[in-house]
Design a protein around this ligand. Structure first.
Ligand SMILES: [Zn+2]
Length: 499
């Protein structure tokens, strides 16, 4: 049985005592293959390669940080940029022709935008195509955006919005397989092999989160435990009895589960076999990641996905943990200004827009995800050529415009949460002509009746916020427990401006 020996490949990078990563015991075969630069499938179904397209400086930088690199399909993951872009263009042309032919919504949008499939000659021509929005998907409910006969679909998922009809997402057999492929690729990028025991603590059902990762882990050959969310005692029992090495869950459940372990006096480093957690479905900060890593004694890998784009596996962190590789042979990404819709250059933060390239049942062009991120254009030390995106910092719907500057409440929250003398409760008040005041509670430890101390702290926070949001807010420090506490989702922004 697989669970009698849960240890994964010897070349697994591990967290060193100082938090730095080291690579121990890379297998001899694997190293020999690396020197020859060939592709070899090892006993774990994982391929290793030195194949890549980076310059000499990059290769030497890589060899210092990574002794053995594992890929699911190196030929796809390390494809040279020109070849990857040629593949994108070919797939884009095919997708545009298909939707124009078979989806009335797109035929109508193309007519309105006065564009035809023949107008797509380069990747830059993508910008001539109309956007697709969440409202388009809801209005097409149940099957208005289907590009194949219903008989050729295999699975239905839905994405529930907070208002109105859900979005229905159909998968063909090929779509189910492709979604699993991307998960296999992503999990292997995070160090997983067929020897891993994967406990899936996400919700199974209409939501894409658990089923898509389930199939991906099975593709690698892992033993999959479809635990679903909740029931911490059962989760713990499964982890102990089957030596679970990898878990998939939301960041909030991970923090809760860490508390449960503490209460049961379980030391995850000694008593469990956990090596990595895949977290997703909720935006979270780098600080939260490190907190989960410390509390559970494992490495946390961030991921990005949305039901409209097959669910999880759109973008995933590799072992470098420095941004998520967005799988560009399956999706084209753009970053736009959420207000004007204009394209923004790499490095600038804006709304992520995605176009599917191989989706069969339900291709979607230029989908406005409303998620805010930026593109990392620099090559990654792991050797993958697919560009990365930064962690999601908010939703376009949350954006505030103050004195002409785009501000996301999450930017302010991140700064406030990094100051130990501050509590967790805060509110952003906008008044008059773009006057912004951040009211924040002091923590019990930070509460001090010395006026000069409070003033100094206040000035420090004004400085930190100004550096982050590029405009100077007022900061009001208030005693602990004085701001209103809300049940459920807290109301963080009060906009009383008369604009
Ligand atoms: Zn990487």
């Amino acid at each position: 049985m697989g669970y009698t020996d849960p240890h994964c490949a010897e070349s697994r990078p591990v967290a060193g005592p100082s938090g730095s990563r080291t690579t121990r015991g890379a297998s001899r075969t694997r190293l020999a293959n690396l020197h020859r630069g060939c592709v070899k499938v090892d006993g774990n179904g994982v391929r290793t390669s030195t194949q890549g397209s980076f310059s000499g400086t990059m290769v030497s930088a890589m060899s210092s940080s990574t002794t053995a690199r594992a890929y699911w399909k190196p030929e796809e993951e390390t494809l040279a940029r020109p070849a990857l872009e040629a593949l994108q263009l070919e797939r884009l042309k095919r997708t545009v022709a298909r939707v124009c032919e078979s989806v009335p919504l797109y035929r109508k949008k193309f007519e309105q935008a006065k564009v035809t499939p023949g107008d797509i000659r380069t990747l830059a021509d993508l910008r001539r195509l109309p956007f697709t929005t969440g409202a388009d998907l809801r209005e097409s409910y149940p099957a208005g955006m289907l590009a194949v006969p219903l008989d050729d679909t295999l699975r239905l998922h839905t994405s529930s919005g907070t208002t109105g009809k859900p979005k229905a997402l159909f998968f063909s057999r090929q779509d189910v397989d492709n979604a699993a492929e991307l998960i296999a690729r992503s999990f292997v990028a995070a160090g997983m092999t067929k020897r891993d025991i994967f406990q899936n603590m996400m919700t199974y059902g209409l939501f894409t989160g658990a089923l898509v990762t389930h199939y991906g882990a099975e593709k690698i050959g892992c033993l999959v435990i479809p635990a679903g969310p909740g029931n911490s005692d059962r989760q713990l029992l499964l982890m102990q009895d089957f030596h679970t090495t990898s878990i998939h869950l939301t960041p909030s459940f991970a923090l809760y589960f860490a508390d449960v372990l503490e209460k049961r006096s379980i030391d995850p480093r000694k008593d469990l076999s956990l090596k990595r957690a895949f977290v997703g479905a909720e935006p979270h900060s780098e600080e939260t990641r490190r907190k989960i890593e410390d509390a559970l004694g494992l490495r946390v890998f961030n991921s990005y996905g949305l039901s409209e784009m097959n669910g999880p596996g759109v973008a995933f962190e590799c072992q470098e943990q420095a941004g998520m590789h967005l799988w560009e042979d399956h999706y084209i990404m753009e970053i736009i200004d959420p207000e004007s819709g204009e394209a923004l250059p790499p490095g600038e933060r804006g709304e992520l827009v995605l176009t599917t390239l191989v989706r069969e049942a339900m291709p979607i062009l230029r989908y406005r995800t409303r998620d805010i991120t930026s593109i990392v254009d620099a090559p990654c030390a792991c050797g993958r050529t697919h560009r990365r995106i930064q962690r999601i910092t908010g939703r376009a719907d949350d954006m505030l415009i103050v004195r002409g500057v785009n501000i996301y409440p999450q930017q302010i929250e991140r700064i406030l949460m990094g100051v130990p003398k501050l509590g967790r409760n805060y509110v952003i008040v906008l008044e008059g002509f773009d006057e912004m005041t951040v009211k924040v509670e002091l923590s019990e430890a930070g509460f001090d009746d010395q006026l000069e101390h409070v003033m100094a702290l206040q000035n420090e926070i004004v400085g930190l916020l100004r550096a982050e949001i590029l405009t100077k807010p007022n900061v009001d420090l208030v005693p602990p427990g004085t701001l209103p506490v809300s049940e459920g989702k807290a109301k963080r922004v009060i906009d009383n401006r008369k604009l």
